[in-house]
Design a protein around this ligand. Structure first.
Ligand code: ADP
Ligand code: ASP
Ligand code: MG
Length: 458
């Protein structure tokens, strides 16, 4: 092994998170290692599973025949082996990876007999377990001291498998005690997305949760900044896949970024901003493929606060229309409805009301890893007892994000001119100064986003 470089004193800890495409293969990991090593303050690295691996693991948790199960295991194994093959000292990690892969096979088999959410979460966690071991090896190959750290020792959550809730104070205590001392000697590579409950059972934070993990660890360690390295050079005015002329935003406020993440800008997991706001930690978003292009800084205060900042799209929305004749001049219908929804652990997203109707969309943000729909038979039956329920799906929510939207004249006429050709199923504006939302048919969503972008930003 190459001679290890001396480690510098730690004064402004930076937590760097690398998403799936950034750690997809050996070359991608090398580029990310260079980003880490370019700043001596970057001591904690949080990684996702290599691109595609979590999707394969999710499929592995479904009801499968043995042949498909084996194919998926082989595919996941292939991703790891192609990285190992490029290491100078593969034997340093190959045993650990083999042990995880064999546990993966064991867990997928256990699911054939018992469909347990705890087993599913442990299975899903194996993707990040592998990528973190391999990433630490890539850093060591570049001559720097690096170690994998099992985040489950500090990322304490409740036992809601599939979408576990982190326990902020416990995480801070555990991280300060057992993770902080390691950062003075080493570059530590740990897993995003996963945690453990009090009984040390593995949990997951919901799809895309690695961004959230990085922010939670930064908060626990009172870091100076969090860097989210992904496949785009920052937060854009809209998803660049939907509008080729979308452009990166140099600086954006916590409020605007939180709205964007909530309303579907996949570049950030919706909960990422919360820990950063609590500790006033700056967040940077950039491309691991092109770090020289710079990216977006998310800060508490920004110089420019434009009325129109970005357009976000959230697909796969469900509209619940509840009709009650008893609601006319009566009290308690909304209270009853919300109590029923809360009992079924459903949070409401948008809402409009008329004299005898309530229309609401369900909040699916950061939905759990089980892939199950939110609307259960039990919930629909319970709601039907006191109103007529109509469910509409194949809808998408388009949100215009900005500042002082509700206080600026002329916004609606500009937006509705663009929407003239489309059937707008629901509109919400006024609750937040930062957004205006419209619900449209899923099939028209991409067109709505690109037309709005063209009109408001190009
Ligand atoms: P990672 O695997 O690194 O976490 P994700 O796929 O979760 O990456 O998020 C990055 C993707 O988010 C981009 O490829 C882009 O298509 C999508 N995206 C959606 N909205 C935006 C936006 N406003 N700005 C940038 N990217 C966006
Ligand atoms: N690997 C997890 C997922 O694909 C978490 C993440 O990438 O953020 O959902
Ligand atoms: Mg992501």
């Amino acid at each position: 092994m190459a001679l290890l470089q001396p480690i510098q004193p730690l004064s402004h800890l930076i937590v760097a998170k690398f998403g799936g495409t950034s750690v997809a293969d050996f070359d991608a990991m090398q580029r990310c290692a260079d980003i880490v090593l370019a700043n001596a303050q970057t001591r904690l690295v949080v990684v996702s599973a290599s691109s595609g691996v979590t999707n394969l693991l999710v499929e592995l948790t479904s009801n499968l025949d043995n042949e498909r199960r084996k194919t998926l295991l082989t595919e996941i194994n292939g991703v790891q082996q192609r990285i190992i093959a490029k290491l100078h000292e593969p034997e340093a990690v190959s045993e650990q990876i083999a042990a995880i892969l064999s546990r993966m096979a064991q867990l997928s088999e256990a699911l054939l007999h018992q469909r347990s959410k705890a087993i599913m979460d442990e299975l899903l966690s194996t993707g990040e377990q592998c990528s973190s071991i391999l990433f630490a090896a890539v850093i060591r190959q570049k001559g720097h001291a690096s170690q994998m750290f099992d985040v489950r020792k500090v990322m304490r959550t409740d036992s809601q498998f599939g979408k576990a809730e982190p326990q902020i104070e416990t995480i801070a205590t555990l991280a300060q005690d057992s993770l902080m001392p390691l950062l003075t000697k080493n570059i530590i590579v740990t897993q995003g997305f996963i945690g453990a409950d009090e009984q040390q059972q593995t949990t997951t934070l919901g799809r895309g949760g690695s961004d959230y993990s990085a922010a939670l660890l930064a908060e626990a360690l009172t870091a100076h900044a969090v860097e989210i390295w992904t496949d785009v050079a920052g937060i854009y005015t809209t998803d660049p896949r939907l509008a080729p002329n979308a452009h990166p935003i140099a600086e954006i406020s916590f409020n605007e970024a939180a709205e964007m993440a909530t309303f579907g800008a996949k570049v950030l997991h919706p909960a990422t901003i919360l820990p950063a706001v609590r500790q006033q930690i700056q967040v940077f978003v950039g491309s691991s493929k092109a770090p020289e292009q710079g990216g977006t800084w998310i800060r508490h205060q920004v110089e420019d606060e434009p009325v129109f900042r970005a357009v976000a799209l959230r697909r796969d929305q469900t509209l619940l229309n509840l009709h009650s004749l008893q609601m006319l001049h009566a009290q308690g219908f909304l209270a009853h409805t919300f109590t029923t929804l809360a009992k079924h652990k459903i949070s409401v997203d948008l809402i409009t009301t008329s004299e005898v109707n309530v229309a609401l969309t369900l909040d699916k943000t950061g939905s759990d890893t089980s892939g199950q729909g939110l609307l259960s038979e039990a919930l629909l039956q319970e709601l039907s007892q006191h109103c007529r329920v109509r469910v509409e799906d194949k809808l998408a929510l388009v949100a215009i994000i900005g500042n002082k939207i509700a206080l600026t004249s002329g916004i609606c006429s500009r937006v509705f001119q663009v929407l003239e050709q489309h059937n707008v199923r629901m509109i919400c504006q006024g609750a937040s100064p930062h957004n205006l939302c419209v619900l449209v048919a899923e099939s028209e969503a991409a067109k709505v986003v690109s037309s709005l972008h063209q009109n408001l930003f190009e």
